[in-house]
Design a protein around this ligand. Structure first.
Ligand code: TXA
Ligand code: MG
Length: 324
């Protein structure tokens, strides 16, 4: 079983494991990541193995600072502006790779682009100490809900990894927003922890959505984030044997008969809802309900990413959706 160490006492152990080509689960501001040295093929292969992740699905490389980022990728002015505005933070930029950057090709699944992000907190410190980028997908078995606590990581991956660094519950609770500059336009490849409106405000540009020419976010499988129970969205009523995931003050009809009940935010606060979403889905799933009914959640701000994750949780388990 994986050892769980608090952030204050985990640095040396995490560094030693990463130097040895092992993987380590670490907290970031978004969700927990399963990190390996992005320049070490063995470390990167272990990430795919521990998650059971298909190898065609590329990983995000995490950096400590802008100098490291510029050694890995070629920044256009728009992407640099976004990095300045939102790094460190829950934004991932897809950029052309700088030739000879030392990133192992497994990280990018052979693409000539790379997804880069600068995390806040322990992850950033760890990368700075290691002096090399860390490849880190979310620390969950492929297709399952991302982990937002060290305990959730240990319950899922504990038998397959050596160390989980415990930084408490991750504050944002949703994965990073992924954006790609295409010429003079910006495309949203994955809604996430920074609302599209914030990016639009910082750049004065509207974000394009949907698959543009040549755009792919290979990891956007519909059944991602799937709990064991079925998920039913925009529930106005609660059916027999259903648990209810509520939002705000207006209740679905028959809510009193729900087999289990959680409210993402009594006050209708989307940030609060985002930070508790995955833990709430896991808790309702553990209640043994056949179906989790979910009340309607607005699409503005972080609501876009919340609705994206819920739609993936509700999708048929073998279907592939294009990126939103
Ligand atoms: O918040 C996050 O982003 C977390 C934390 C740990 O940093 N990481 C995360 O990684 O969510 P992961 O592997 O679960 O999701 C990365 C997504 C996948 O959908 C993948 O297909 C996409 O990024 N991706 C990676 N490289 C890409 C590229 N070059 N072009 C387009 N999409 C890419
Ligand atoms: Mg993931």
């Amino acid at each position: 079983m994986a050892e769980i160490l608090a952030v204050g006492e985990a640095m040396d152990r995490a560094l030693a494991l990463l130097e040895g080509g092992e993987v380590v689960a670490i907290p970031t501001e978004t969700v927990y990541g399963l990190a390996g040295d992005a320049t070490n093929g063995i470390g990167v292969a272990r990430i795919f193995e521990a998650k059971g992740r298909p190898r065609f699905n590329p990983l995000i490389a995490h950096v400590a600072d802008m100098a490291m980022a510029e050694r890995i990728a070629l920044f256009d002015p728009l992407s640099r502006k976004l990095a300045q505005a939102f790094w460190p933070g829950p934004l991932t930029l897809v950029l052309p790779q700088r030739p000879g950057n030392g990133i192992h090709p497994l990280v990018t699944a052979g693409l000539d682009t790379i997804a880069l992000r600068m995390p806040r907190g322990f992850g950033g410190d760890l990368i700075g100490r290691l002096g090399r980028p860390l490849a880190a997908p979310s620390a969950n078995s492929s297709g399952k809900i991302s982990a937002t606590t060290a305990q959730a990581v240990a319950a899922d991956l504990g038998a397959r990894i050596r160390l989980v660094v415990d930084g408490g519950a991750t504050p944002v609770g949703l994965e990073s927003t992924i954006v790609k500059a295409e010429g003079n336009t910006l495309r949203l490849l994955r809604p996430g922890g920074i609302a599209a409106e914030e990016i639009e405000a910082a750049t004065g540009m509207a974000l394009l959505r949907g698959g543009g020419a040549g755009v792919e976010a290979p990891g956007m499988l519909a059944s991602h984030y799937a709990p064991g129970a079925a998920v039913r969205l925009n529930a106005e009523t609660v059916g027999e044997g259903e648990a209810l995931l509520a939002f705000g003050v207006r209740r679905a009809q028959g809510w009193q008969s729900a087999t289990a009940f959680l409210n993402l935010s009594q006050t209708g606060d989307l940030r609060e809802a985002a930070s508790g979403l995955f833990a709430a889905m896991q808790e309702l799933d553990r209640s043994g309900a056949r179906t989790i009914a979910v009340e309607p959640i607005p699409f503005d701000g972080l609501g876009e990413a919340i609705n994206d994750r819920l739609a993936r949780a509700a999708a048929p388990r073998d279907k592939i959706l294009p990126p939103t």
